[in-house]
Ligand binder design. Structure first.
Ligand code: KIV
Length: 285
């Protein structure tokens, strides 16, 4: 099966089909996301916090996103892969943006790139689109501007800010963006933007009326042990499952219950019960 395309994603909006999207940053996660049939994966710069241990997304580099994207590509066959353009890899000039997008698509293998912001990046989105890149926009809370915004707050609550966001959304669509993330935006504003655009809106903390939803995998799986943002729902406690499994492993190592007979090679190529085990065969024992 071929990968989902940006055309398919736009067609989902036209058909009124909700679009699920999650982040992934490595091969194993991509395989699991793919197994769940999720049509679009974001290799987000949220990897700064989730996998690299930074306080925010700002230190993430193009190298980080590029190698994560390549791993996600290796772990998936059908999903559309969107790679985040990291902070200061596109803000200074259109040329920087072209080089970054080029690396993420050519080296990483992404089908699309995502960048944050409104009016200041509209020309960049236009030029990237003209050059042949598929571009996803990102309005509302834009985490790369966390210091300028003074924290992770809902954006567009005041009338003027809401009008400006609607204008930005229209401008990004007109510049060629194929979809638009709306992060931490009041639900009514997100609904207005969604109704006014032909391209899909993908919400995160922006209400149920967006055309799709994106979530950070670690948040919805309970992999971040100490923090879950309010907009995320934990569908599982995978972090706790891992800790419990590791505690059991440690206990069995300490009590010499592990490795057991099934995990133990024997000189004869046979287990103590006489069966030729896969382990023994694989080991050539
Ligand atoms: O990096 C990321 O995970 C994102 C989502 C929060 C949309 O940009």
């Amino acid at each position: 099966m071929a990968r989902t395309t940006t055309r398919d994603i736009r067609a989902m909006k036209a058909a009124g089909t909700p679009i699920p999207m999650v982040t992934a940053y490595d091969y194993t996660a991509a395989r699991l996301v793919e197994e769940a049939g999720i049509p679009m994966i974001l290799v987000g710069d949220s990897m700064g916090q989730t996998t690299l241990g930074y306080e925010n997304t700002i230190p993430v580099t193009v190298d980080d996103i590029s190698s994560a994207t390549a791993a996600v590509i290796r772990g998936s066959q059908n999903a559309l892969i969107v790679a985040d353009m990291p902070f200061m890899s596109y803000q200074a000039s259109v040329e920087d943006a072209m080089r970054t997008a080029g690396r993420l698509v050519k080296e990483g293998g992404a089908q699309a790139v995502k960048l944050e912001g409104g009016a200041p990046v509209v020309e960049t989105v236009r030029r990237l689109t003209e050059a042949g890149f598929a571009v996803m926009g990102h309005l509302g809370l834009t985490p790369q501007s966390v210091h300028q915004m003074g924290g992770y707050r809902v954006q567009g609550r005041e009338k003027e800010a809401a009008s400006a966001m609607i204008e930005d959304a229209r401008a990004l669509e007109e510049a060629g963006a194929f979809a638009l993330v709306l992060e931490l935006v009041p639900a009514t504003l997100a609904q207005t933007i969604t109704e006014q655009l032909a391209i899909p809106t993908i919400g995160i903390g922006a209400g149920v009326e967006c055309d799709g939803q994106v979530q950070v995998l670690h948040d919805i799986l309970g992999l971040s042990l100490d923090f879950t943002p309010r907009h995320a729902k934990k569908y599982a406690e995978v972090g706790q499952v891992i800790v419990d499994a590791l505690n059991q492993y440690v206990g069995e190592v300490e009590s010499r219950q592990f490795p057991g007979e099934a995990q133990t090679p024997r000189e004869s190529g046979k287990s103590q019960s006489g069966e030729v085990t896969e382990l023994n065969v694989a080991n050539g024992a």
